[in-house]
Ligand binder design. Structure first.
Ligand code: ADP
Length: 528
């Protein structure tokens, strides 16, 4: 039965692992809000069912690209004839407008800790755009005002979440063909699946673990993990979760136990097998490289559509981008207190302010980038040292630099639409979404050739008039400056060439369709 049609009410007839105690709580017989998506007749066959398990998903909760992927990929998979459920924590910080539409499916108690402590698992469901979202409800773990706090709290939280997600699938009597887990927060799912759920319905599902960012792994001391998971001793072997002398690593365990590993670009799939990018897991990844694949992310082209984007002062398509972008630029300059001049080149930066994003390169050359004809707009939050640096630039260059030290979706849309170029000089970048959104909005990306940036931005070739942006290879500030200067040269000296690149960028396919097909093929590889 397709999961999107109605709430599945099951308790008595379902098989669950002995240790998962299921209380016979009666689900409230209430229908969720269902907004139907038309099913295309020419869907690829066979149909596949997939449970996405992860810790964030736009628009409920998002701190970065993971939230975008958890939203957009399920939607794209539905168009590839997949039946998708997304399992998420029910964080208290999810907006009331969503909380109030969630429908209670059921609840049970689940054994978790080595001393036999058990925890409440509630399931709240929300159906939207053909995707079923099941939220794992537990106030003890998810009542903070934000999804992540510190490892002391986060480790137990995601031990609980991984096991609760599997138990919830059994509880709902929904056994997917594939369990698709995302990042370290869901990495224990394949570990628990092997240790405790092998003889239950959900044990039949094949598992995929996607690495969105290898830097975050969920590492803590072994006794704490043993307490919060009650996992058998063999899971703390060096080949599975153990790391160093006394720690265990959630991501490492997931990578060992899952049936397939994917990461979000081909280049990153290769990079993470090297010591520089491998974050101490390169040898582990090399060992498991036979099941490692890279599939580049896309973006949601309904949300990111300059022609219908309600947040923009002037909408546009590739046909009128050159004129309309100027209007967006003038509005942005006015709103942000910049000198209003459509001929200035506006360079944007929308980013978490952390070392990963190459900000130290930008701060080294910042004063050389700003000249009489160039303006700079930042949107981001993060490390204090960078926030302070950009605040001071705004002070120094009043009317030329605007630093928005905040997280603001609306401003993000406006900056993508109004900027001429967008900087993404990352030290490493698994995929990167900002360069994709930039291209979709006719904004030329200036990127370092790493990870997904390398796979998605074709360097400008002045002789053949091809390419989508400006790139540089080694992580050196002067190479970034050189790339920015090459962009400026084209912008100020060959506007026709620049405008043609803007149109090429807008016409580039950055949607999820191609990637969703690739994911589907992997699903079929695992369950033909
Ligand atoms: P990461 O996941 O490493 O932060 P990505 O490029 O994959 O980087 O995704 C970043 C996403 O977050 C993009 O959708 C970008 O527009 C958005 N974003 C980043 N910083 C902000 C901000 N300060 N305000 C609004 N959106 C932001």
């Amino acid at each position: 039965m397709p999961a999107k049609k109605k709430i599945i009410k099951k308790e008595a007839e379902q098989e669950v692992k002995e240790e998962v105690v299921v209380e016979a709580a009666e689900p409230v017989a209430e229908e969720p809000v269902v907004e139907e998506t038309p099913i295309e007749e020419t869907m690829p066959q066979p149909r596949r069912s997939v449970a996405f398990i992860g810790s964030e998903c736009y628009p409920f909760v998002k701190t970065g690209g993971l939230g975008d992927v958890m939203y957009a990929l399920p939607k794209a998979l539905i168009r590839q004839n997949c039946d998708v459920k997304v399992i998420l924590p029910r964080y208290a910080c999810i907006k009331e407008q969503f909380q109030e539409k969630m429908v209670y499916v059921g609840a049970f108690d689940m054994d978790l800790c080595s001393d036999g402590r058990s925890f409440y698992v509630g399931i709240m469901e929300y159906v939207w755009d053909g995707v079923v979202y099941d939220f794992i409800d537990n106030e003890e773990f998810f009542s903070w005002g934000k999804p992540y706090t510190n490892l002391v709290d986060d480790i137990p939280k995601f031990c609980y979440f991984a096991k609760a997600a599997l138990a919830a699938l059994n509880y709902m009597n929904w056994t997917p063909d594939i369990i698709h887990c995302h990042d370290w927060q869901a990495a224990l799912v394949p570990v628990f699946q092997r240790a405790f759920f092998a003889d239950t319905p959900v044990g039949r599902a094949k598992s995929i673990l996607t690495i969105h960012n290898l830097r975050f792994q969920g590492i803590y001391n072994i006794p704490t993990f043993k307490y919060w998971t009650n996992l058998p001793e063999y899971m703390f072997d060096y080949s599975v979760m153990k790391q160093g002398y006394e720690d265990a690593n959630m991501l490492k365990g997931g990578l060992a136990c899952c049936d397939m590993i994917t990461t979000v670009s081909n280049t990153y799939a290769g990079e993470i097998q090297t010591p520089f990018f491998g974050e101490n897991l390169d040898a582990h990844l090399r060992y498991h490289s036979g099941k490692l694949y890279g599939i580049v992310n896309g973006i949601d082209c309904d949300i990111w559509d300059a022609n219908t984007d309600k947040l923009l002062p002037a909408n546009y398509t590739a046909a009128n981008v050159i004129e309309q972008k100027k209007k967006n630029k003038l509005e942005l300059q006015k709103a942000f207190g910049l000198e209003e001049d459509e001929n200035k080149m506006v360079i944007g930066l929308i980013s978490r302010l952390t070392n990963q994003k190459g900000l130290d390169l930008i701060t080294q050359i910042f004063h050389q980038v700003i000249d009489g004809n160039t303006q700079f707009v930042l949107l981001g939050t993060g490390d204090g040292e960078y926030e302070d640096a950009f605040r001071s630039y705004e002070n120094t260059y009043k009317g030329t630099v605007c630093s928005n030290i905040m997280y603001d979706e609306g401003r993000a849309h406006q900056i993508y639409a109004a900027s001429d170029a967008l900087l993404v000089p990352s030290l490493f970048e698994p995929c990167g979404l900002t360069q994709l959104i930039a291209m979709r909005y006719g904004t030329v990306p200036i990127v370092r050739e790493t990870g997904g940036l390398k796979d998605t931005v074709e360097p400008y070739n002045e002789f053949e008039n091809t390419g989508n942006g400006f790139t540089f290879d080694r992580y050196e500030a002067w190479l970034l400056l050189d790339a920015i200067n090459r962009a400026k040269t084209l912008y100020f000296e060959n506007r026709k060439g620049w405008d043609e690149m803007v149109v090429r960028d807008m016409e580039k396919d950055v949607s999820w369709e191609v990637s969703a097909k690739q994911y589907r093929n992997l699903y079929l590889q695992l369950r033909p």
